[in-house]
Structures are given as C-alpha cells and as structure tokens.
Design a binder for this molecule. Structure first.
Ligand code: ACO
Length: 423
C-alpha cells in the first residue's frame, strides 16, 4: 500500500485519497479527484516536471550525483567527455566505448564554412559572444535537415555527437570574431578541452599546446557544469523538445535561458560586482546595501541548494591549482571576505544563502585570460551534455507536449470599442 495524502473538498465534503509515488503526487490522480482545480505554481516551486534518472540533487544536504556517481569523484577521476557519455548513455563507457566516443566527437568538431563566414561574420563588431552562440546553435538546424528525424536512433545519435563536438568550435569562433582575430580550425590531435583552448588562443604558432594543468582545471569546470537536473535552461530544452522541435532549436532555447543573469549569466555578474566593490574594506558597506535591498549578492543563493553548493567547494580547490600557474586573481581576496562576512550574517544565514557554482568560477576563467563576456559561453559548452541527456530521456518517455494551465485573472467578456470612441 503506497503512502498517500487525503484531501477533503470543503465545497462538497467529499474526501479523496491520493497516492504518493517517488515523493510526488500524480496530477492525473489529482485531476480525477478535483477536476478543474489547478495548482498555482508560477515558478515551479513545488512541481516535479519529470521523472528523471539523470542527476540526483539534495539541496539541503549539498549532494550532487550524475547517474549515481558523486560529483566529487567525477571531478577528481573523470574527464568531461567521459561524463558526457555517462549523462547521455546512463553508464560509464568501457575502454572501447570511450575511444569510439572520443573519436566520434573529435571528428565532428568542424563547422560548415557558411556558419562562420556568412552567419557569424554578419554580426555587429561588438556583439556579445553568448548572443552569437545562441543564434549560431539555432542556425545549425538549417544545416542538418536530418535533425528533424528525432525518432530515428541513428539520426538522434548523430546530432548528439555534432552538438557536443561543435560547441567549443562555435564558442571559440564567437570569441575570435569579437576580438577581430582570425578563426582557428579544430586540431584533431588534441583532446576536447585542449582543442578548445587552441581555438581560443592560437596565434601564429603551428600548434598550440595548452598548459596541461590549465586544460585539466577547465575540464573539471566542464564536468561540474555538465548537468544540474531541472534548471531553467534544461526546462527550456525539455519544453521545446516536447514540441518535437529538432535538438539544435531546442538547445538554442536552453542556451537563451542560460544567458540570463539569474542563471548562467551570474558568473559574469560576480566579476562585475567584485570589481565594483574594489577593495576588502568596502565589503561591509556592500553587504549592508544588499541587505537594504539594493541589488543581490551575485553568486549567492540557489533555488534548490540551501547549503553550500558542492560544485562551489570543488571550484574553490581548483582555483588554487590555477592561481599557482596564472598568479592569484586580485579579486579573490574580496570574494573570500564577502563569503566570510555573508556566512556569518543573520540575513544570509536565515535565508540559507550560500555561494553557488558561479561565485568562484568567474575568478578562474578570468585568471585563465577569458574575457567576462565568455563566461556564460564557457558554461554552455559542457551543459550541452546535460541538455541532450534530458532531451533523450524526454523522447524515450514519450512525454506529452508541455502545456501548463493558467488561472485567468483578466477582464470578463466585453464588447469591442471602435478606435474613435475610445477615451
Ligand atoms: N543576495 C541577497 N539576497 C538574496 C539573494 C542574493 N544573492 N538570493 C536570494 N536572496 C533573498 C531574497 O531577497 C529573498 O529574501 P526575502 O525572503 O526577504 O524576500 C530570499 O533570499 C529568497 O530569494 P528568492 O529570490 O525567492 O529565491 P529564488 O529561489 O527565487 O532565487 C536565485 C534563486 C535566482 C538563484 C537567487 O538566489 C539569486 O538571484 N541569486 C543571485 C544570482 C545568482 O547567483 N544566480 C546563479 C544561480 S546558480 C545557476 O543558475 C547556475
């Protein structure tokens, strides 16, 4: 006998027992009991939108696992490409599967010349690289017409490989354009992250070999950002995917959501905030102004984490390895002071506001030489694996099109007033 909740409809006096499955109650059961009464949950505060086996997250305990594997173990022992395979296929690859997967990704990194020459070069000279990336991802759907065959497993797999493989190429192309620098073609002799760094930084040398420690640090950041269950961007992917749009269009919608400063755009805002604070002496005044309602402490707080974001903890450790090579980011001391003050302040403590993944990631990116405008792009590259894992899961579950209901609060029926009669 499953656990259940009993609801009494006080209008009729009737009681209904609704079973609880996996910690949730089914809306189908609810609708049977009280038809026509909808949940009013505008920001999905208490709505489980899917049954998912991709990522487990316990925000109270600060736990994050991909397909059951703790994020700490993956960050220490795995690679982004392996994690991408895990997220999409549900299991860690065997040696052979990993080699085949890496080969496939490596040999799909090139983008059509028209994407770069005609499409990307059509942007205004100071276009934000994230805006360019969102558009370029959508534009890819016009180059791969077979992407519409979403129920054909072979076509689906092909688009998955293409999307993961082309993200670094597109990302670097957007950066190079904004710098007025020539495009760098992918180098198939390099690994995923080293290849991205080559496309970012190569100038005239025949081959760009990234510092292995920096490539590894970036790969760890890619692992940490690869998925985060039903976040705003993933919901966008699932929503557009539920309409059976092709994965390029759905992923562009997901990336557009990520662009927002409340979501993946926060890492950019963190650096702007730290720069504005300018010195650790100004931290107390800044905290005071946040508490008075003048803006937010960027990189703090999370809809589901009511504890330290485990990703922020791993990033903090990775930061030391990076700063040992690049030199310390001068903004680090301000960040550490902000964290210390906030974690002892009643305002933040009572609201359970802790540093999230964005609080320290920007400091690393900046120390590595990435311009601030690239930060959300760096988030989008690995998040593609998570978006695709959720997209595949959604299609495999044969989920209906996403179509919530509303509580109408507008005007009652009224007669049209001709333009000349309106006051
Ligand atoms: N600084 C100051 N106060 C905050 C912050 C913050 N960063 N975050 C939340 N609060 C306060 C709110 O003012 C509110 O206080 P109140 O109860 O007195 O009104 C309370 O905490 C709850 O805040 P909500 O906005 O209701 O929380 P919600 O879950 O909707 O928001 C969000 C989560 C958007 C992440 C929020 O914490 C925020 O804006 N943080 C800063 C931006 C950021 O770092 N975003 C990255 C998130 S991680 C990611 O997407 C990858």
């Amino acid at each position: 006998m499953p656990e259940s909740i009993t609801i009494t409809d006080n209008r009729s006096g009737e009681s209904f027992e609704i079973p609880i499955y996996n910690g949730g109650i089914s809306s189908t059961e609810w609708r049977k009991a009280v038809p026509g009464v909808f949940f009013h949950d505008p920001s999905f505060m208490a709505t489980a939108v899917a049954e998912s086996a991709v990522t487990y997250l316990d925000g109270e305990a600060g736990i994050l696992r991909y397909r059951g594997y703790p994020i700490e173990q993956l960050a220490e022992k795995s690679t982004y490409l392996e994690v991408a395979y895990l997220l999409i296929h549900g299991e860690l690859p065997t040696q052979q599967q990993y080699e085949d997967w890496s080969h496939e990704i490596t040999y799909h990194t090139f983008i059509h010349e028209n994407v770069r020459k005609r499409f990307l070069e059509g942007f205004h000279y100071d276009a934000h690289p994230m805006g360019m990336l969102v558009s370029a991802m959508a534009a890819l759907s016009t180059f791969y017409l077979d992407a519409k065959e979403i129920h054909d497993p072979e076509s689906r797999q092909k688009q998955i490989v293409r999307l993961i493989a082309k993200m670094p190429t597109l990302a670097a192309a957007c950066h190079r354009f904004s710098m007025g620098m020539p495009f760098v073609y992918p180098d198939n002799s390099l690994g995923f992250t080293a290849n991205f760094l080559s496309m970012m930084w190569k100038i005239a040398e025949p081959r760009y070999d990234a510092n292995p420690a920096l490539a590894r640090a970036l790969d760890i950041l890619f692992i940490l950002h690869a998925d985060h269950e039903q976040n705003c961007g993933t919901l966008a992917m699932r929503t557009v995917g539920s309409a059976h749009a092709d994965p390029y269009s759905a992923a562009a919608a997901a990336a557009a959501a990520l662009y927002g400063p409340r979501h993946g755009g926060a890492n950019e805002q963190v650096i702007r905030m730290l720069t504005e604070i300018g010195s650790i002496d100004n931290v107390p005044d800044f905290i005071k102004s946040v508490k008075e309602g003048h803006g937010r402490l960027q990189g703090f707080g999370h809809r589901v984490y009511k504890n330290y974001d485990p990703r922020a903890q791993i990033i903090k450790q990775a930061a030391d390895d990076v700063f040992a090579i690049t030199g310390k980011n001068p903004l680090l001391d301000i960040a550490l002071k902000l964290e210390e003050v906030a974690l002892h302040d009643e305002y933040f403590v009572s609201r359970k506001l802790y540093p999230n993944v964005d609080f320290y990631s920007g400091l690393i990116y900046q120390a590595m030489g990435f311009p601030i405008e690239m930060f959300t792009v760096l988030f989008a590259i690995p998040r593609m694996a998570g978006w695709l894992a959720h997209w595949v899961e959604l299609l495999d579950q044969d989920q209906k099109i996403y179509r919530p209901r509303q509580l109408y609060v507008g005007a009652d029926e009224r007669a049209y007033v001709p333009l000349g009669d309106r006051r």
